[in-house]
Structure formats: C-alpha cells, structure tokens
Design a protein around this ligand. Structure first.
Ligand SMILES: [Zn+2]
Length: 341
C-alpha cells in the first residue's frame, strides 16, 4: 500500500481545546485531536451498521480480530495506520492566564467554567497508507461541517474551518465498513452511533454588534468576552443549555443528568454539544448536535431543541434554524445517513 502525505490548515471558529498540563493550554496536542476523530469515527461506523468496539473495554486484539475503528486508530499490538502532526501552530490562548471564565445564568449557584483554549491557524500533516489518509481527511471534513475537533465539544470548543489542498475524492460512506454481527449489534446498541445523533444549525444577523451583552448571565463577564466577540466568537453555549435544561426539560423525558452531564466541570460528558456563537462570512452561527439514545422520549427532546422560538428568545435575536433530520425525530436508517456527507 503506497504511503502518502497531505497537509491541511485549520482555522478556529471557536477555541480549540486539546488538553494540557495543569489546565494550561501550552500548545495544540495531537492526542486531543485524534481522540475526537476516533469518537466520531466510531459513531459513523456504527451508524452504517459496522462494528466499532468501545476502546475502554479492550475488546479488540490482533489475534481475535480488530474492529473497523481499531484497524485505523490502532489497538494493542497494532499501530495506528496514520500519523498526524501539528507542523505549524500559529494559535494563541483565547485569553491570557489560565483562569476559567465563569458563565453563571440566573438560578445557577456556580454555572459553567470555561478554560481559554487556543485560537488561530494551524497546519496538520497526515501521513499513512492512502486509504487511511483519505479516511482521516473525510472525517475532518465531516467534523468541520457538522461537529468539532478536540475536547470539550459539550462546551462548544473546536469548531474549525478546514482548508484542504484538493477536494476530497471519497466521502466517508464510500469507505469500507465491516458489518457487525447480531451479537455485536446487541452489545453496542447503547454506544454512540450516528443513527441516534441529530444536528442543528442556527444562523442570525444581529442588528446590534453587542447582541450577546444583554443576555442574562453574560453581564458579569462583559469585559472578558468583549475581546473574544471582537474576534468573532462568543461563549453563549451555557446560556442555551441552561434554558433547555432548567426551563424546558420534562422529567418524563429521561434522566437529565445523563443527557446534559454535570454542570460545573462537566465531569460527566453529557450527550449534547452546542457551540459558541461564531462569525462567518454570512453572519453569526451556532451549531449543535445531540445524541438521543438512552432517553424515554427522544422525540420530545428533539422537538425542544428544534424549536426556533427558544433559540430566538434565549439569544434575543431572530435567526434561522436548520435541523437534520428536518422534522420529527427518528433514528437515521443507515441508507439515509448518506445525506449528511
Ligand atoms: Zn476495536
């Protein structure tokens, strides 16, 4: 299999968080990027009916066989099929110092704590067998379009613009996925799968450039947020999550802690990611995704998230909400997931 190398550029739309020592974000760490790529790749493989193990359970081995995700990302005794290197990191901390930005909407005793993350441009070099590199590029393109890269997606980090040297030839569904057996389907039914993930995109053109400053919970941090807003990014995710979770969530829908995670430091990961607001050529945008498994009433949760009036009222603007699926919630049949790529 021929080895190939591609270089690409990422430009942050919201800060990128890839971990660091003592909460400091000294540079972009490749492991943080790869971790998020694997999480989404597993969800995509399962979404297409393939087998991707839960890496924390050490189910795969070279002797007994590797799942589609371990084949690409590695397992004990099997090296990763690609190398990913940050070759030109021009990012800088989103703010100086390591103090956390505390966003505390009314009614919350502690609120959300946001670390600085890094903003700017960085280049990556991906090297490996042709199919492995093609898969990583397609995965990055999918995340640039719908998700985020790096850690803390629930807090809205890691939305990026991706610049590739050439258009992608093979989108992800074209890449081979080994079908899971009935026993594997049973075992993996509660693991993240694209079949149970819905996507949201909200676009708005505020008449007031400081549209964010009057939102309840933002007044206390105006001076910290102003320089971020000037760079086209506003950490509005906690305000939206607070509204959905504490004003609209109904007990009968399911365990709210399971879906939203724990508030302050998000020790529990949660099943919903909503980005900061970020500025694009076409105006401001916020994106989100929700993994709707394990709930008693996923359709009701989706209906809440897909209600434009809640977005409008919470943000104090009038925007346009696009949802995928476009309409009532139902898990994506594998044949229709293609429309996301
Ligand atoms: Zn595996």
């Amino acid at each position: 299999m021929p080895i190939t190398t591609t270089e690409l550029t990422l430009t942050t739309l919201t800060p990128l968080w890839t971990g660091g020592i003592d909460g400091a974000t000294d540079r972009i760490h490749e492991t943080g990027l790869i971790g998020s790529l694997r999480w989404w790749y597993e969800a995509i493989v399962r979404g297409f009916g393939g087998w991707a193990c839960d890496p924390s359970q050490h189910l795969c081995s070279v002797e007994q066989g590797l799942c589609t995700a371990c084949q690409l990302f590695g397992a004990t005794g099997w090296r990763r099929r690609f190398r990913l290197l940050v070759i030109n990191d021009q990012t800088t901390p989103a703010w100086q110092g390591n103090q956390l930005l505390n966003i505390r909407p009314p009614g919350r005793s502690r609120g959300w704590f946001l670390p600085p993350g890094r903003v700017g441009k960085l280049s990556l070099r991906v090297t490996g067998e042709e199919t492995a590199v093609a898969t990583i590029l397609a995965l990055l393109q999918f995340l640039a379009r719908w998700g985020s890269i790096g850690a803390k997606p629930q807090l809205g980090y890691g939305v990026v613009n991706l610049t590739l040297p050439a258009p992608i030839e093979a989108p992800l569904p074209a890449l081979s996925v080994s079908k899971s057996s009935p026993a594997q389907q049973q075992q993996s039914q509660n693991w993240p799968s694209l079949q149970h993930i819905g996507f949201l995109r909200y676009r708005f053109q505020p008449s007031n450039p400081a549209w964010w400053s009057k939102r309840a919970g933002m007044e206390r941090v105006i001076t910290q947020i102003r320089p971020l807003a000037a760079r086209g990014m506003v950490p509005i995710a906690p305000i939206l999550k607070n509204r959905w979770r504490f004003q609209h969530w109904q007990k009968e829908w399911g365990d709210e802690r399971l879906f939203w995670g724990s508030v302050s430091h998000e020790r529990r990961r949660g099943q919903m990611g909503v980005s900061w607001a970020y500025q694009t050529d076409a105006g401001w945008e916020i994106r989100g995704w929700a993994w709707l498994a394990g709930l008693r009433q996923p359709a009701a949760v989706w209906k809440m998230l897909a209600t434009p009036a809640i977005w409008d009222e919470t943000l104090g603007v009038t925007g346009e909400l696009t949802t995928f699926p476009n309409g009532p919630w139902q898990p994506w049949p594998p044949a229709t997931i293609n429309t996301l790529f």
